[in-house]
Design a protein around this ligand. Sequence first.
Ligand SMILES: NC(=O)c1ccc[n+]([C@@H]2O[C@H](COP(=O)([O-])OP(=O)(O)OC[C@H]3O[C@@H](n4cnc5c(N)ncnc54)[C@H](O)[C@@H]3O)[C@@H](O)[C@H]2O)c1
Length: 271
Amino acid sequence: MGRLNGKVAIVTGAGRVGNIGVAVARAFLREGARAVIATDMRAEEGYDIRALVAGDGHAGVFRLVEHDVTSEADWARIVSDTVAEFDGLDVLVNNAGIAVHGGILQTSLEDLRKAMAVNHDALFLGIKACAAALGQAHTRFAGGGVVINNLSMASYMMNATNIGYHVSKAAGRMLTTCAALELGPQKIRVNSVHPGVTMTPLIREGLEAYVAAGMWESTDAAEAALAAMNPLGRASQPEDTAHAFVYLASEEAQFVTGASLYHDGGIGLRY
Ligand SMILES: NC(=O)c1ccc[n+]([C@@H]2O[C@H](COP(=O)([O-])OP(=O)(O)OC[C@H]3O[C@@H](n4cnc5c(N)ncnc54)[C@H](O)[C@@H]3O)[C@@H](O)[C@H]2O)c1
């Protein structure tokens, strides 16, 4: 018996091999999800992902769909297609995100707005578009509908070099708690996961930017330094991080809403 048996989930930002969204989609299917609709701007690059998922040998349906999370029209299409095909929606994972590097003096208003659009506004659009369908999930599952926002340790840790990322992720935290309060009566739980350093393409690109800025000699040195800052002495892998999403999406978490699940290996304890 899987922990997500019969559930239908949308997972955004799940179109890039090696990223958290793909790990979450695979974990959901392994736990018995009836269908996972993985969405991404990069869906056209996702042929490897279809093969990966098919190789897992689960019984659920996997779809990989082109979707810009900043587009309200795209959200309307994804939700209506999902409900039409699967007769309901139980879980929304707002996972797509972008990194913006630089302090206030180096960050343009345009880049700040890009970060806000993907890391915050898209969560708002997703919740708005899915709320009616998620509000019906309680007729199938006692734990009701589920929204999980993938935020970051950046939402509670200060860093003067990534202002757009930190500010947009912190805004996502307030959105999560407000949505939990508003949607609780409709039996929709809204929680956030806050990963620490997780070794994905996003992080590797970030480390390359730090190396280019002269903060570290190489990406290997940067990775080792980040691991050493962590009480557990290592970075997370996407598959580790996916466990947090399985828990919050499952019936085990049916009394959990408005929570921030720190999945940072304890690094936040230093702040
Ligand atoms: N990797 C980490 O260490 C880490 C730590 C904390 C939080 N996070 C968060 O986890 C999430 C996933 O990050 P990841 O490390 O897997 O990064 P990633 O870059 O590998 O994945 C992010 C995905 O989002 C997609 N995306 C970006 N803009 C989009 C848009 N407008 N519409 C649709 N899709 C879009 C990208 O194509 C990409 O596939 C992000 O929200 C990130 O901020 C990551």
